[in-house]
Design a protein around this ligand. Structure first.
Ligand SMILES: *Cc1c(COP(=O)(O)O)cnc(C)c1O
Length: 418
């Protein structure tokens, strides 16, 4: 921690993401004019560096699919392509978008409630893998496959999404839990067995029973995710042996933790990769795959905006910025303070006094007419002024694309790729 001239530790007077601003994002934040704000700035160089380090930490035998729903921007998909073995898509819309943005990169089609039209589109588009969520879905897929068998389409590998049992309590620390409780996701191991029997039968031309797919929770640390991976790989190896699967696969999920409260921390990819290496040696012949989303792209995105006004309200400083949670819903959706940095702007074009914070901590709110439109509370930003830039970090995943953009009809943000 660098002491400030006044002897106060920097962490107490600087917002949490101040030290993380990359030079290109800082330059963009200073150069963008008010009319160009708010603006999402994506640092593609930082994304490539991060993805390369994730790839290096993983054993060569483990495949990496990026879960496109975290951020499907074509420039992001393109930047990730060299470091990934494929993309995981979760709807017919994502399938079409990602196929067009990254033609030729392998796809796995997941998600609950796939419609007949979506499954037909997946077969027609030649997706490499389908992750089936229920027996009904497998039966529908079989019927569609039989109806299109004569079209000469390439075979599709089918993985069954399974709610694999893991030790009691392992998933309870997660922010988003899909497995181990009532949910629309996946099927039991018994149903997966039945689905594998069905797929091996005569009625499924061009469908290859390939293994199991699990994504049980998001927001888990490396030791917890390794326990999940061991349970999934064990179940997959067992099913593969019982059903004599050729070239069996197990997807052990995404969900690597991203800690918005400690923006400098990263998921322990080295430890996780080493654990997956041990797991791969325990189950030779089983192809392991992971499908992270948030942990790949969260750090490369920044939401840059400017302070429009600063006021004193009931003893606290409140800054109102251009934009808000209708562009960056993440803090409202997850109930956290979005990590921020401040880039000071010296010009002030008005003859009247410049609104400025009198205290050391400022609550940063957006332009929406709702008290829920708060991006960060108690940000250490003493003296924050109207016209200064506030740059929100960790806005590269589940940010713009989960936001209720039309509420109040403010203009959309700009987008820059640096
Ligand atoms: C969303 C999702 C992922 C990615 O989850 P992250 O928490 O973003 O890593 C992976 N697999 C499936 C099936 C998903 O639905």
């Amino acid at each position: 921690m660098t002491p400030e001239p006044g002897g106060v530790p920097a962490a107490e007077v600087e917002p949490s993401a101040a030290g993380l601003l990359t030079p290109s994002v800082r330059a963009a934040a200073g150069a963008l004019r008010p009319g160009e704000l708010p603006c999402y700035v994506y640092d593609l160089t930082a994304l490539r560096t991060h993805a390369a380090s994730v790839r290096r930490a993983l054993p060569r035998a483990v495949e990496l699919y990026y879960a496109a729903k975290a951020n499907p921007e074509p420039a992001i998909l393109a930047a990730l392509e060299p470091f990934t073995d494929g993309y995981e898509v979760s709807s017919g819309g994502e399938l079409e978008h990602v196929r067009a943005a990254a033609p030729g990169h392998p796809l796995a089609f997941s998600g609950p409630g796939k419609t007949p039209a979506e499954l037909s589109a997946a077969l027609g588009a030649g997706v490499e893998r389908i992750h089936a969520e229920s027996l009904h879905e497998v039966r529908m897929l079989a019927a569609l496959a039989a109806a299109t068998a004569s079209t000469g389409r390439p075979p599709v590998r089918v993985l069954l999404r399974v709610d694999v049992p893991v030790d009691h309590g392992v998933l309870s620390g997660s922010a988003l839990t899909m497995g181990g409780r009532p949910s629309p996701f996946g099927m039991s191991l018994e149903e997966a067995s039945e689905a594998l029997r069905l797929l091996a039968g005569d009625g499924c031309p061009g469908l290859v029973p390939a293994g199991i797919h699990a994504h049980l929770a998001s927001g888990l640390d490396a030791p917890t995710l390794l326990r999940v991976a061991r349970a999934v790989a064990g179940a997959a190896a067992d099913l593969a042996a019982r059903h004599r699967l050729a070239a069996p696969e197990a997807v052990v999920g995404g969900g690597m933790a991203v800690d918005y409260g400690r923006p400098g921390e990263r998921f322990d990819w080295e430890g996780y990769g080493a654990g997956l290496g041990r797991l791969a040696r325990t189950h030779p012949g089983l192809r392991l795959r992971i499908e992270p989303g948030r942990s790949l792209t969260a750090y490369c995105g920044w939401y840059v905006t400017e302070v429009l006004d600063v006021k004193r309200s009931h003893g606290e400083d409140v800054a109102v910025v251009r934009g808000g949670t209708h562009h960056l819903r993440t803090p409202a959706a997850k109930g956290h303070d979005q990590p921020a940095a401040v880039v000071a702007v010296e010009e002030w074009g008005h003859p009247w006094p410049r609104p400025a914070a009198g205290g050391a901590r400022v609550t940063v709110a957006g332009q929406l007419c709702t008290p829920k439109d708060v991006l960060a509370r108690a940000v250490p930003a003493p003296g924050l002024r109207a016209g200064d830039r506030v740059v929100f970090a960790m806005a590269g995943a589940y940010a713009w694309n989960i936001s209720h953009r039309d509420f109040l009809m403010h203009p959309p943000p700009g987008f820059r790729f640096v």
